[in-house]
Design a protein around this ligand. Structure first.
Ligand SMILES: Cc1cc2nc3c(=O)[nH]c(=O)nc-3n(C[C@H](O)[C@H](O)[C@H](O)COP(=O)(O)O)c2cc1C
Length: 347
């Protein structure tokens, strides 16, 4: 599937660096899926809004970062309105396809939301069957589906109906609710519902975001279905991407927090301290330009600094703690702005 420039949906300013046209015409890698490389940016609530996502996309060609998603969009009763979807999607400026992720249990709502998304030109719609939050579980959505494979299948089928064959529906699951014995059952439920790709986050809901992960669960999902599988869970460095593929047989790899530590994880490019700081300054500035308060923009920048390893900007864990504890937002911003200045050679 060839990617083309779509309408500009948002008022967000364009990031400074935009990849060349060659990136905008990159082709799909796996038949039936729009992704332009095997490496995908995970949906992350409160982070993968256009403000952050576009900065990551702007630093990669479509051949390096193959796809990204919005944060989950809740389907409560009826279909999510195009205006709401547009807010999450932002402008389409890059060759890397960006899909909408939906989370909900109301079948008419899911079907209608997918239809709205497809009519807006969204290239892929993902379904969230892994969110561990209490709010999601109360609405029998997100990770609640891990206890109800039939419901998972039915919800997927509703989304597939809404897509009318125009775009693929993908499903993102965890390895289980409080155990991983039924990985195969869950994977097959998504496939039976008509999903074109399954992403499996290899932790169970009970395991939350624990450090230790078991990639053999990804391998089990790969063996259980014939659709392409994206592995997910603690792929942190660029070398982990290929390693996860070779160890589990998954076709694609989705990266979450690894991209918060180093947004260049998809290309593996070694970046300088200045480039690293420049990303954070630009993120801060984009947030401000979108109407964030000074405190809010610094808070969101600190959210990234909690993970940040890119370019050696954060020198040690003690340094990280000092930066996170800095109560003077201006001082933190000055530190980043100074670090972002290109190195000037002395004569
Ligand atoms: C802050 C945060 C927000 C998240 N929000 C979502 C979300 O909106 N939808 C979703 O499917 N998963 C969400 N996740 C889960 C990630 O997509 C991913 O599955 C998880 O972080 C495991 O990948 P990792 O080990 O590479 O971080 C979120 C994770 C984090 C840390």
């Amino acid at each position: 599937m060839t990617q083309t420039r779509a309408r500009d949906h948002s008022d967000a300013p364009a990031p400074k660096s935009v990849p060349g046209d060659s990136a905008l015409t990159a082709g799909a890698l796996i038949e039936g899926l729009p992704f332009t490389s095997p490496w995908l940016l995970a949906p992350m609530e409160g982070i993968t809004a256009p403000s952050f996502r576009d900065l990551v996309l702007s630093r990669h060609a479509a051949t390096e970062l193959g796809g990204a998603f919005t944060e989950f969009v809740r389907v409560i009763d009826g279909p999510v309105a195009p205006k709401e979807l547009r807010k999450h999607l932002g402008a389409r400026r890059f060759g890397t396809p960006v899909g909408v992720q939906l989370m909900g249990k109301n079948l008419d709502g899911v079907e209608g939301s997918v239809r709205n998304a497809v009519n807006m030109g969204v290239p892929v719609v993902d379904l969230n069957f892994g969110c561990p939050a209490k709010g999601a579980l109360r609405g029998c959505a997100g990770a609640a589906a891990l206890k109800d494979p039939t419901g998972l299948e039915t919800t997927t089928a509703a989304a597939v109906r809404g897509a009318e064959g125009r775009v693929p529906i993908t499903a993102k699951i965890r390895a289980g609710f409080d155990h991983a014995r039924d990985v195969e059952v869950l994977a097959r439920a998504a496939e039976a519902g008509g999903a074109s790709m399954l992403t499996i986050h290899c932790r169970t809901r009970r395991e939350g975001y624990c450090e230790e992960v078991d990639w053999t669960r990804i391998e089990r999902a790969v063996q259980a279905v014939s659709i392409p599988v994206a592995g997910n869970g603690s792929a942190i460095d660029h070398s982990d991407l290929e390693r996860m593929r070779s160890e589990t047989g998954c076709a694609l790899v989705m990266v979450g927090r690894g991209a918060l530590a180093n947004p260049w994880v998809f290309s593996g490019k070694q970046i300088t301290r200045a480039e690293s700081a420049d990303f954070l300054v630009e993120y801060h500035d984009v947030l401000m330009s979108l109407g964030s308060s000074a405190k809010g923009a610094i808070g969101r920048t600190k959210q990234l600094l909690q993970h940040w390893t890119a370019g050696g900007l954060v020198e040690s864990e003690e340094h990280r703690i000092r930066l996170l504890r800095e109560t003077d937002g201006e001082a933190l911003l000055h530190f980043l702005q100074d670090a972002a200045r290109p190195f000037e050679a002395t004569p």
